[in-house]
Design a protein around this ligand. Structure first.
Ligand code: CUA
Length: 157
């Protein structure tokens, strides 16, 4: 009876150790993933975007004199809204999330480039000076039409 109890204790101790290792590895890599894509504090439930104040209606919102908030959804195989229209001489904070799998939000010819991970909200603030039309592409393989996943960013006069 006593030996049996000891065996059980050791078994439990060994299992806790294994769980501990797995947790360390998992959380370790999650931490690394977050660091790689930048400062991300906000989260969102990817399957509930329709009920989310920010993403129910992908849009650009005027919030200050020349300040705007853009709420953008990436999904296979498009971006919403499309086109994204922002005025010239503006400061725009982009909030980008995914409805399904990992994408990227990459504005060709600029340094706007972020990974878009379901459940997370990628954020970046960008200043736009001159009117211009940019293409938005996805740099993360996301399925058979990945190479056709594109959108437009219009900086309008
Ligand atoms: Cu979306 Cu590749």
């Amino acid at each position: 009876m006593n030996i049996h109890t000891y065996e059980k204790l050791w078994l439990i101790a060994a299992m806790l150790l294994i769980v501990g290792f797995i947790a360390t590895i998992t959380y370790g890599s999650v931490g690394l993933g977050i660091a790689m894509v930048g400062d991300q504090q906000e989260t969102v439930e990817p399957t509930q975007l329709g009920e989310d104040d920010r993403f129910a209606e992908p849009r650009v919102e005027h919030v200050g004199e020349n300040q705007y908030e853009a709420y953008v959804i990436a999904q296979t195989f498009r971006f919403q809204p499309d086109p994204i229209e922002v005025p010239a001489n503006s400061e725009v904070t982009f909030h980008v999330t995914s409805r399904d799998v990992i994408h990227s939000f990459s504005v060709a010819g600029t340094n706007i480039n972020t990974m878009v991970i379901p459940g997370e909200v990628a954020e970046m603030t960008v200043e736009f000076d001159d009117p211009e039309e940019y293409g938005i592409v996805c740099n993360e393989y996301c399925g058979p039409d990945h190479h056709n996943m594109e959108g437009q960013l219009h900086v309008v006069p």
